[in-house]
Design a protein around this ligand. Sequence first.
Ligand SMILES: [Zn+2]
Length: 209
Amino acid sequence: MKTVADDRLPGRGGGAWVVKTGQRIKVTDVEGGAIGDFVSFNANDLNERFSQARTKANQGRLLLSVGNHLYTRDNNVLLTIVEDTYGEHDLQYGMCSAWVFENFKDKDYHGFDPAAMKVGGPLGVPPFGCYEVLQKALKDWPIRPENIPDPLNLFQTLEFDHSNATFKTVDGRSKPGDYITFEAKMDTLCALSACPSMGRPLHVTVFEP
Ligand SMILES: [Zn+2]
């Protein structure tokens, strides 16, 4: 195994990596209870990017785990999951953002702590979310913010209530050391935000198996 990249993202930090065909990217939840907003693009055509909808529809699945693929809208496979100790990564939500924290702070937005997130709050961070973290992580590539796709939300957990067609985020159940590994099926630009809503670190390695 040859390590290509080894990065520790602090809580509320982000990063981006080009994972070449056949290489793997592994994301580890260091402390447990983290969330990682993960997006991906065809590294050779940045207009082709991850599609939450095609990924669900093509596999008839609301949740992904080992053996499942991440598709683009053109139905090409970017990545395949080859290891996963969690198994219920959210594939419904978009990503948090300054807008979310500013507009939902007085509402029941389960999974976030609005009091902690506001300016001067206990976390001491300005209201920014994964959308802003990913824009910064991708600043070296010519990608307009609105073209950053809706993510696969690693270690984020949803509860579905089919009786009234609703879903909501619930507290993460990930344990320290939980991880997921993707194998690139094309040269893939991957970016990750250690979600500010949780503020917990993630460890990323890119390697040749
Ligand atoms: Zn987030």
